[in-house]
Design a protein around this ligand. Structure first.
Ligand code: RP5
Length: 161
């Protein structure tokens, strides 16, 4: 965990989600963005979720990233309890994450969850999306994001062979 001011809260439904969500936290660290990471389940530890959201609001956390698999209601329940923007990462499951994707993305109108791709790509992109939102307010983050994007031009080969 970073020792900087916590700008992003990262929660996941199970310790088993960490292998994927480590990619989210690694990305936040690359951009020097402070975050706090916890295992919190909407159905196994609902009191922990309420307490975490209270802490986030008190400490002016700016974005919450919530990852879960299966009947993945963590992001939706989190969004229902706060006005802090919530990004959802569907974790792969016995149904290959289709269940996680639909249960994260298909929020009825009124309480939005910004849903990313299933698995590792979604974990990385959730961090990058949070970074992009933060970059509107923090010029140093914007600069790093621009450099990151420019690097694609240098790193992606022009020919496939
Ligand atoms: C969800 O159930 C978690 O987010 C995880 O993706 C999935 C399986 O959890 P475990 O049974 O591995 O704890 O709540």
């Amino acid at each position: 965990m970073s020792s900087k001011k916590t700008l992003v809260g990262v929660i996941m439904g199970s310790k088993s989600d960490w292998e994927i969500m480590k990619n989210c936290c690694d990305t936040l660290e690359t951009f020097d963005v402070g975050y706090d990471v916890r295992v919190i389940s909407a159905h196994r530890t609902p009191k922990r979720l309420e307490k975490f959201i209270e802490e986030c609001e008190k400490n002016n956390v700016e974005i919450i990233i919530a990852a879960a698999g299966g009947a993945a209601h963590l992001a939706g329940v989190t969004a229902s309890l706060t006005t802090i923007p919530v990004l959802g990462v569907p974790i792969e499951s016995v149904l290959k994450g289709i269940d996680s994707l639909l249960s994260t993305a298909q929020m009825p109108a009124g309480v939005p969850v910004g849903t990313l791709a299933i698995g590792k790509a979604g974990a990385i992109n959730s961090a990058l999306f949070a970074i992009s939102i933060l970059s509107n307010k923090y010029p140093e983050i914007k600069q790093k994001l621009k450099e990151y994007r420019n690097n694609f031009e240098k790193k992606v080969p022009i020919k496939p062979f």
